[in-house]
Design a protein around this ligand. Structure first.
Ligand code: FAD
Length: 331
């Protein structure tokens, strides 16, 4: 393990995905969750964005609040499907104006049930084009203002993209097509990728190996769901097309009591995290579904993040608790 100039131990990154509250009543609960997740000292938290832009205001509102009221580093998801370049440009400008410097650039999925839906005639067809647009807008703002240029030097724009361990079943594409798309996103200026959910380490490790062979050099962070709630896993399966292994579902549903199911799900997820980290993953991005218990239990089990509390490993000095000890961890 190395130390950086601030004396911080080099450790895998930890990050969380949140979604904006669906109604104002949910906001206080979400805020309590965010404070609890903050204990893990995440490297960033990402905030989702509706495919048709319908969460434009709530995503921006949450990201702005995170910027103003916390020390967390928010990444705003952004989708481009169904909108014109001019509309997307306006959204990007709004986000930049409130101080957002990190984006997750996505195409988003066209609405499946909307009769007569057509792509916008002046829109963008791929996430790679959105990455290019973000870089273009930032370059223009810097060219127009020396002050902006200084700020951009101090806080550079970062652009993340999505990657798909077994192809994107939701979009009907194979892993090979998605690796070609990932290469195009990198060429357009993407800095790193976050993967879709997966349940076996091999699918992530194979994706990384194939992507490297194809010339992808950017870090690829595995996206992990704490697998504690079988009903949620099935909803995610319906949404993403990523099948939940039937033996995992059978295990989870074999328990009559919630605490036992939770522990079994966390054990399975810790095992997955340990395997991808042992295989060289740069960190983990946890899909939280706006709750913190499972996410923090997963991190604690894998001894990741600032949440790895002193005393969580017997005999380990407190200063060491940010280091990943996954290799010595059983499932
Ligand atoms: P693209 O990379 O543009 O891919 C779209 C399709 O075009 C794919 O089939 C791809 O294979 C093909 N393609 C693109 N470029 C090429 C190329 N050069 N060569 C060959 N084929 C190509 N959706 C939301 O609505 N809101 C969110 O906040 C959101 N967050 C997400 C976060 C993560 C981490 C992930 C993994 C997904 C998220 N999604 C979200 C879902 C995502 O928008 C959909 O999965 C969408 O179908 C694909 O988006 P993309 O950015 O990968 O698109």
């Amino acid at each position: 393990m190395t130390r950086d100039g601030l004396g911080e131990v080099d450790r895998p990154t930890v990050s969380f995905e949140l979604y904006p509250p669906r109604n104002p009543d949910a906001a206080p609960k979400l805020w309590a969750t965010i404070q609890a997740l903050g204990e893990a000292r995440p490297d960033f938290v990402s905030v989702t964005y509706g495919a048709s832009g319908k969460t434009r205001d709530t995503t921006r509102g949450l990201v702005r609040r995170l910027l103003r009221e916390t020390s967390l580093n928010p990444i705003a998801h952004l989708t481009c499907v169904g909108a014109s370049r001019a509309e997307i440009t306006a959204v990007v400008e709004e986000f930049l104006d409130v101080g957002v410097r990190s984006f997750l650039a996505l195409r988003g999925d066209p609405p499946v049930h909307e009769v007569g839906w057509r792509p916008h005639p002046e829109g963008m067809g791929t996430a790679a084009e959105l990455v290019g647009l973000l870089r273009e807008i930032e370059a223009r703002r810097c060219a127009d203002s020396p002050a902006q240029q200084v700020r951009a030097t101090v806080r550079p724009l970062s652009v993340a993209v999505a990657a798909f361990p077994r192809g994107n079943a939701g979009a009907g594409s194979t892993r090979e097509q998605d690796i070609a798309a990932l290469l195009a996103k990198q060429a357009a200026g993407a800095d790193f990728a976050i993967t879709q959910v997966f349940y076996d380490a091999a699918s992530y490790l194979e994706l990384v190996a194939l992507a490297r062979d194809a010339g992808v050099t950017i870090p690829i962070i595995p996206g992990i769901i704490p697998a504690t709630d079988p009903a949620r896993l099935l909803r995610v399966e319906a949404l993403t097309g990523v099948p939940v292994p039937r033996d995992l579902l059978a295990l989870l549903t074999s328990f009559d009591d919630e605490p036992s199911r939770h522990r079994a799900g966390i054990r399975a997820s810790v095992e997955l995290v340990n395997r991808v980290l042992d295989g060289g993953a740069p960190g983990v991005h946890v899909y939280t579904f706006n709750t913190h218990h499972a996410a923090l239990d997963l991190l604690e089990g894998a001894h990741l993040g600032g949440g790895a509390r002193p005393g969580s490993r017997p005999g380990q000095p407190a200063a060491d608790h940010g280091i990943v000890h996954h290799q010595s961890q059983g499932a």
